[in-house]
Design a protein around this ligand. Structure first.
Ligand SMILES: NC(=O)c1ccc[n+]([C@@H]2O[C@H](COP(=O)([O-])OP(=O)(O)OC[C@H]3O[C@@H](n4cnc5c(N)ncnc54)[C@H](OP(=O)(O)O)[C@@H]3O)[C@@H](O)[C@H]2O)c1
Length: 162
């Protein structure tokens, strides 16, 4: 969704981070560059080559930790997820020498007024329904889809026809 919104509102030079072959096709349709997770490198220096102005992190853990030293001078990273772990390792150097910012995103306790603002944008200005991967299944097909989710082969949104 982040890629879809950024692409829709006109951002260029978007790099999408993927870790599975089947994600490349979707990523390439929305981003200018596709990076495989194993190309990110390891976190072996407090400051690394400056590659990204803004990082939208949904994973946390090691991925987020590797990316912090690669954020360009004056850049930012937003964090909303912990799918890859809750631990974050960093030094203060990217913050005090490059002036980067880390923005925490919560979607659980957001006041209804702010939710309304975002939902309105998603429904209208950022309308991304044209590029959203949507499939419909019957209730009987649900176990197969759940299995695909569990095995990491599922993409997009699946609607159950009832
Ligand atoms: N801040 C909040 O208030 C809030 C509220 C709800 C959810 N969350 C968090 O927001 C994140 C995104 O939610 P979602 O519903 O979009 O989750 P999701 O559909 O499960 O997506 C998680 C993403 O993280 C990737 N991922 C998982 N483990 C990884 C690892 N070890 N290394 C690299 N990538 C990994 C997955 O990659 P693959 O597609 O390759 O499997 C997938 O793209 C989750 O971490 C969730 O816990 C936060």
């Amino acid at each position: 969704m982040a890629l879809q919104i950024l692409s829709k509102i006109g951002y260029k030079n978007i790099a999408a981070l993927v870790r599975k072959e089947h994600q490349i096709e979707v990523a390439i349709s929305l981003a200018t560059d596709v990076i495989f997770v194993n190309e990110l490198g390891v976190q072996n220096k407090p400051l690394n080559k400056q590659k990204f102005d803004f990082v939208l992190d949904t994973v946390g853990g090691e991925i987020a930790s590797v990316l912090i030293p690669q954020i360009s001078y004056g850049g930012c990273m937003s964090m909303c997820g912990n799918a890859g772990g809750i631990k974050l390792t960093s030094t203060v150097l990217p913050f005090i020498l490059r002036g980067i910012n880390l923005l925490g995103i919560d979607s659980v306790n957001v006041p209804i007024k702010d939710r309304g603002y975002i939902w309105e944008k998603i429904a209208n200005e950022w309308n991304i329904s044209q590029t959203t991967l949507i499939s419909e299944i019957s209730l009987e097909e649900l176990p197969q889809t759940i299995e695909a989710i569990k095995n990491g082969h599922h993409s997009g949104r699946t609607i159950i026809k009832y």
